[in-house]
Design a protein around this ligand. Structure first.
Ligand SMILES: *Cc1c(COP(=O)(O)O)cnc(C)c1O
Length: 400
């Protein structure tokens, strides 16, 4: 293999951010941040704030209140715990990966009595298991889950889970930080009481904003919840939001960015943003199959990110490093116990098929150079086939 014996074959390498958060930023959102030299209590900014709240409600397609917090996604996760629960409350935590473990640690840190329903990495907690746990523990006040478990690329059936939780007194708290914009989530009819999103995932803006929808059932739970809280006080935020303000200093830059990204998301429409992720996810899976690679979560794959097993004898860290060093592409390694064993290809938010052509072509070269028997072009051809099939189907539909 001659072409690999030097650091980089080409002189120009663009840095491409291709991780499942932060994701590539929508360019107009980035430009909008230049307008951040403004005061957060002026009418100009209040108009932006109100527009963002209204548009989030629209794209999340919910009648529930939606609030925005200055925090990474974990801040909204923590807000849901401290605002809706009291120390000693029993809760069921469904976990199937690193982010599920975050719920376990967080609920326990705040003194909740967490019953853990665990599925192995790469799998999902079954709704029947939740239903049984709820029937056996009638005092449960909350159920926590990830819609899409970003560490493994698997999804939970939050629709069926919501049906089980609806019949109980518990509130259903869904971390949809990579679920929103990548999978259908009918918040109101599936009884998803709290649905959490983050700016740096399918919403195409830099990290720093978290948002959450809150159902009447969750607001009612807040009336009796006694955990201490200060910065994240959802009742206070709701009062301020009605007037286009946040309780504390808003992130003017990020709100301007989100406002711009939401215009773009509305112009495409949420169902098509989701379809885009699903189509790229399918093409990724087929590209990987064509290269003889094994998927990590084949049973219930997420459209946000595809986790791929590194071939035998090759550390996934080497693959990730070569993506960066040789091509400037930043892709994700496995997290926690999966580090070195899987790598993750993201396709949520501002990703297009050209991004995927590049990722798969680069992957082919990396595998080839590391002695993995792949046929150069086989993965890219699979992606092209998926692209062509989608185009043909669309044409057929248009001709009906
Ligand atoms: C990104 C992500 C989070 C939030 O992480 P932050 O670093 O706090 O933004 C939480 N849950 C899931 C499933 C995620 O993908």
């Amino acid at each position: 293999m001659v072409f690999w014996n030097f650091v980089c074959a080409m002189h120009i390498k663009k840095t491409r951010l291709l991780t499942p958060g932060p994701t590539p930023v929508y360019p107009k959102a980035l430009q909008a941040m230049l307008g951040a030299d403004m005061h957060h209590r002026t009418q100009d900014f209040k108009n932006v704030f109100l527009a963002v709240l209204a548009d989030l409600k629209l794209v999340m397609a919910t009648a529930n209140d939606v609030l925005v917090l200055v925090a990474s996604g974990t801040g909204a996760m923590e807000a849901s715990v401290t605002n809706c629960f009291s120390a000693g409350d029993r809760a069921i935590v469904c976990t199937a990966g690193k982010f599920g473990e975050r719920w376990v640690e967080m609920t326990r840190s705040y003194g909740l009595d967490a019953i853990v329903l665990e599925a192995p990495y790469g799998k999902a907690v079954r709704p029947e298991a939740l239903e049984q746990a709820l029937a056996a523990n009638l005092d449960v006040k909350g159920v926590f889950v990830q819609a899409s478990e970003t560490s493994t690329g698997a999804v939970h059936d939050v629709r069926a889970m919501g049906e089980a939780v609806r019949k109980t007194q518990a509130i259903f708290v869904v971390d949809a930080i990579t679920g929103l914009g990548t999978m259908p989530l009918d918040i109101d009819s599936w009884s998803l009481d709290i649905v959490i999103g983050g700016s740096q995932k399918a919403f195409m803006v830099p990290p720093g904003l978290a948002f959450l929808s809150i159902s009447p059932k969750a607001w009612a739970a807040m009336e009796t919840a006694t955990l201490p809280r200060y910065y994240f006080n959802l009742k206070r935020e709701k009062k301020y939001a009605a007037n286009g303000e946040s309780a504390w200093t808003a992130s003017t830059a990020l709100m301007l960015a989100l406002n711009e990204a939401l215009q773009y998301i509305k112009s495409i429409g949420m169902p098509k943003l989701i379809a885009n992720a699903e189509q790229l996810a399918r093409a990724t899976r087929e590209g990987c199959h064509a290269l003889g690679l094994e998927l990590f979560s084949p049973e219930n794959p997420s459209a946000s990110v595809t986790a791929v097993k590194a071939p035998d004898g090759l550390d996934s860290g080497v693959i990730v490093k070569e993506f960066r060093q040789r091509f400037g592409s930043i892709i994700a390694n496995g997290q926690g116990e999966m580090k070195g064993r899987i790598f993750r290809i993201a396709h949520l938010g501002y990703f297009d098929v050209a991004d995927l052509f590049a990722v798969i072509a680069e992957l082919e070269l990396i595998l080839y150079a590391n002695g993995v028997p792949v046929k150069l072009g086989a993965g890219v051809a699979a992606v092209q086939r998926v692209y062509a099939e989608i185009a043909i189907t669309k044409k057929e539909l248009a001709n009906v």
